[in-house]
Design a binder for this molecule. Structure first.
Ligand SMILES: [Zn+2]
Length: 71
């Protein structure tokens, strides 16, 4: 559990888990909230972090669309 999926993060979470959770979370939001979040990521963690996150979300999105098309 990390701060994205639990109010009190467990000490077991890894950076990889945290990243996966963040991507899942972002994907549940609508476009305006997503854009807002990307802005805050850039402010807090920089342009590279924002680009990384957007890329991960886009990849996950593409993978899901594909999964849906096959099913
Ligand atoms: Zn988590």
């Amino acid at each position: 559990m990390c701060e994205a999926c639990a109010v009190i993060p467990a000490p077991t979470w890894t950076q990889a888990h945290r990243h996966a959770c963040e991507v899942r979370q972002v994907m549940q939001w609508g476009k305006p909230r997503r854009a807002e979040y990307f802005e805050s990521v850039e402010r807090q963690r920089g342009k590279a972090a924002r680009a990384r996150l957007m890329d991960a979300v886009n990849r996950e999105w593409a993978a899901q669309q594909k999964g849906r098309a096959v099913a």
